[in-house]
Design a protein around this ligand. Structure first.
Ligand SMILES: Nc1ncnc2c1ncn2[C@@H]1O[C@H](COP(=O)(O)OP(=O)(O)O)[C@@H](O)[C@H]1O
Ligand SMILES: [Mg+2]
Length: 309
């Protein structure tokens, strides 16, 4: 058993080069037991290479790579019994049914979850006897997660689990991942969707060109770079811009198309001062709201590029 304090994954200065291509170039991070950890980055960042080294599918050039405190190069077989690996494509066996695939994958392991329980857990009970090629995209992804769970693993690897899914199928996958975490399991997932990382991950490593650029909770990543939040509201009246800029906490103010934006380093004070001023001027700020910087802004700030380029 892993102790709660001991990380389930430890990677230190991992390198994996393909000739001149430095796919992974000195990556370090740890994943705690029960944590959902996300590797977020654009195509080619080195996410899949990192995950495949951890799964024991690729040999690292150098660095420490431990799962459950064991060196992945020295103990691949005992680690494999306790991890769940989502394959990129279940299209490998298009003519097998959901139930047949779950049975087949279960047969690879000493310890396995009852097939029906697993199929129900990913909400495919009604589709158990349907061939995998006839499932929708979302159902195929849920099946691939079921297959990653056949051995009741303590740690699950999900490589871009929702790429190509529509928003509804994506949400259903998110619920599945949350359910896995609620059972005390640890998850390492990769994604290039900011929203997904923010929704699911306890901590995120932002990767680009084989490097981890920043790591932390989403709030930490945003807070490190963006101290200000924006208070916004609508008014029909033009407000005195000097007064706006002078409100408590405000660093910058703008008014455009009837919407006023106040960048603030102290939102409660700004809102208090704004409401007092509005009272004085007998105006009513409508649709008052607060907007925060997002992970997207963090990535842009770190790399100068939007993530979905
Ligand atoms: N087997 C391979 N041979 C040569 N280059 C590879 C191989 N696998 C990955 N790469 C290269 O390594 C870099 C990182 O790829 P990858 O780990 O797949 O990134 P990601 O999953 O973040 O998109 C890319 O430039 C990719 O082209
Ligand atoms: Mg990849």
């Amino acid at each position: 058993m892993t102790h709660s304090g001991e990380p389930v994954i430890r990677v230190a200065d991992l390198k994996k080069h393909y000739g001149d291509i430095k796919a992974v170039d000195g990556v370090s991070f740890e994943v705690a037991r029960g944590e959902v950890f996300g590797m977020l980055g654009p195509n080619g960042a080195g996410k899949t290479t990192t995950i495949e080294v951890l799964e024991g599918l690729r040999e690292p050039d150098s660095g420490v790579v431990e799962v459950f405190g064991l060196d992945v190069c020295k103990h691949p077989d005992s680690i494999k019994q306790r991890i769940g690996v989502q394959l990129q494509s279940v299209a490998l066996y298009p003519r097998l049914t959901v139930a047949e695939l779950v049975d087949l994958f279960g047969s690879f392991f000493d310890h396995r979850v009852p097939a029906k329980q697993l199929i129900d857990a990913v909400d495919l009970g009604e589709r158990a006897n349907v061939r995998s090629m006839n499932l929708s995209g979302g159902q195929q992804q849920r099946l691939s997660i079921a297959l990653a769970l056949v051995n009741d693993p303590d740690l699950i690897f999900l490589d871009e689990p929702t790429t190509g899914l529509d928003p509804q199928a994506r949400r259903s996958l998110w619920d599945l991942v949350k359910g896995i975490q609620a059972k005390g399991k640890s998850v390492l997932l990769t994604t290039h969707y900011m929203e997904e990382a923010a929704e699911l991950c306890d901590r995120v490593a932002i990767m680009d060109h084989g490097h981890v650029l920043e790591m932390g909770t989403v709030q930490e990543l945003i807070g490190r770079r963006f101290k200000e939040r924006a208070v916004f509201f609508d008014t029909s009246a033009q407000l005195p811009s000097q007064k706006l800029a002078g409100l408590a906490g405000v660093t910058r103010a703008s008014q455009e198309d009837g919407q006023t934006l106040l960048y603030s380093k102290d939102v409660p004070s700004t809102i208090g001062a704004l409401l007092a001023m509005a009272d004085d001027l007998s105006i009513e700020p409508k649709n008052l709201g607060i907007r925060q910087a997002t992970l997207e802004d963090v990535f842009l700030d770190l790399t100068g590029r939007a993530l979905r380029d």
